[in-house]
Design a protein around this ligand. Structure first.
Ligand SMILES: NC(=O)C1=CN([C@@H]2O[C@H](COP(=O)(O)OP(=O)(O)OC[C@H]3O[C@@H](n4cnc5c(N)ncnc54)[C@H](O)[C@@H]3O)[C@@H](O)[C@H]2O)C=CC1
Ligand SMILES: CC(=O)C(=O)O
Length: 317
C-alpha cells in the first residue's frame, strides 16, 4: 500500500480536556508528521501522548504524538500550527468573561513563548473569553493579524446545525447553518443562511421555533456546562479546532466561520470577530462577506462594538 504523505508539526498547548481531545483528533487525521501536546503539569502530556501513540496500531495512523510537561517549549520549535487551549474552563453559573483575568495571564505567557519558538506558526486560540484572548494572542505574539485566529464559529455553527436537525428529526448532513459574531452574549446565529435539504429554514419551521433554536445555540456552551457540573464542552470544540488546523496544514482554502481580524467587511473595521474566512497555509487568506438580513447585520455590528470595547482593554491585562 502506498505510504500516505504527512507533513508539518502542530503544537497543542494545554493538555486538559480540550487540548487532549484536539491532539487525538489531529493524530487520527494522519496528515501531520508530529503532534506536540504540552502543559505546565509534568507527566500529564507525556502520559497522554504515550496513550495516543499506543492506539496507533489499532486505529491505523502513523502521526506521532510527543508530550512535553513542565511548561517547557523545548521540542515545540518550528511548529507550523499552534492551538492554544491553556486556561481555566468555566463552572456552572460563570460567564466566559469571568475567566478573563486568569486566562489573560496564561494566554499572554503562552503566546510570548510561541512567538519565540515558532515564529512562523499560524496560531488558533480557543481559551476563553475567546474573542478577547484571540486579540491578546495577536498582541503578545506580534504576528500578522491573519496568522492569529480564534475558534468559536465552527463550534457555534455545529451546535445550531445539531439543534435544527434534532428539532426536525432530520440528518445533520441535510442541514446548513451559520453563526457569526462573538463567542458570547452577542453571538449572531444567522437563520437567513440556514437551509434544510436546500429549503430555507423559514419554509420548514415557524418563527417562534427558529427563535428558540437561535436562543439554544447562543446558550449551547452553558447547556453543556450545566449538565457536566465541572468543566466545559470538549468533543465538539476539539472537532472545530482540529478542522481549522487541518485546513491550515493542507492549505485547503476551506471557508469556515472563525474569529478573524475584520478590516472593512460588513462596514466593520479593526476588531477580531466571528466571520466566515478562507483558511490556508498563511492562516486567514481573506474574510468572506456573505448576505445577511438587516437585523442580522445590525446584530453583527452590535457584536463588533461589544467585543471592540473589551479587546481595547486586553493590552492592560
Ligand atoms: N473557544 C471555544 O469554543 C471553547 C473554549 N474553551 C476554553 O478552552 C480552555 C480549556 O478548556 P479545558 O481543556 O476544558 O480546560 P482544562 O482545565 O481541562 O485544561 C486546561 C489545561 O491548561 C493547562 N494550563 C494552564 N496554564 C497553562 C500554561 N501556562 N501553559 C500550558 N498549559 C497550561 C492546565 O494545566 C490544564 O491542563 C478554557 O479556557 C475553556 O473555557 C472550551 C470549550 C470551547
Ligand atoms: C466553553 C465554551 O466556550 C463552549 O462550550 O462554548
Amino acid at each position: 500500500m502506498a505510504e500516505r504523505a504527512r507533513n508539518g508539526k502542530v503544537t497543542v498547548v494545554g493538555a486538559g480536556f480540550y487540548g487532549s481531545t484536539t491532539a487525538l483528533r489531529l493524530a487520527e487525521y494522519d496528515v501531520f508528521d508530529t503532534v506536540v501536546l504540552t502543559d505546565i503539569v509534568e507527566g500529564k502530556p507525556e502520559g497522554l501522548a504515550l496513550d495516543i501513540n499506543q492506539s496507533r496500531a489499532i486505529e491505523g495512523f502513523e502521526t506521532r504524538v510527543v508530550g512535553i510537561g513542565g511548561g517547557s517549549y523545548a521540542g515545540t520549535e518550528g511548529s507550523d500550527v499552534v492551538v492554544i487551549t491553556a486556561g481555566l474552563p468555566r463552572k456552572p453559573g460563570m460567564s466566559r468573561m469571568d475567566l478573563i483575568e486568569t486566562n489573560a495571564g496564561i494566554v499572554r505567557q503562552v503566546a510570548e513563548n510561541v512567538a519565540q519558538t515558532s515564529p512562523d506558526a499560524v496560531v488558533i486560540v480557543v481559551s476563553n473569553p475567546l474573542d478577547e484572548m484571540t486579540a491578546l494572542a495577536q498582541l503578545a505574539t506580534g504576528f500578522p493579524r491573519g496568522r492569529v485566529m480564534g475558534q468559536a464559529g465552527m463550534l457555534d455553527t455545529a451546535r445550531f446545525t445539531n439543534n435544527v436537525a434534532e428539532e426536525l428529526g432530520v440528518p445533520v448532513g441535510s442541514v446548513r447553518t451559520l453563526t457569526l459574531g462573538s463567542h458570547g452574549d452577542t453571538m449572531v446565529p444567522v437563520p437567513s443562511r440556514c437551509t434544510v435539504d436546500g429549503k430555507p429554514l423559514a419554509d420548514v419551521l415557524p418563527a417562534d421555533r427558529i427563535a428558540h433554536l437561535v436562543d439554544r445555540t447562543r446558550n449551547g456552551g452553558a447547556e453543556v456546562v450545566a449538565l457536566l457540573k465541572t468543566g466545559s464542552a470538549y468533543y465538539a470544540p476539539s472537532a472545530a479546532a482540529a478542522r481549522m488546523a487541518r485546513a491550515v496544514i493542507e492549505d485547503s482554502g476551506a471557508v469556515m466561520p472563525v474569529c478573524a481580524w475584520v478590516d472593512g467587511e460588513y462596514g466593520i473595521s479593526g476588531v477580531y470577530l466571528g466571520v466566515e474566512a478562507e483558511i490556508g497555509r498563511e492562516g486567514v487568506r481573506k474574510v468572506v462577506e456573505g448576505d445577511l438580513s438587516d437585523s442580522e447585520l445590525a446584530g453583527l455590528r452590535e457584536a463588533a462594538e461589544a467585543v471592540r470595547a473589551k479587546q481595547a482593554d486586553v493590552a492592560d491585562l
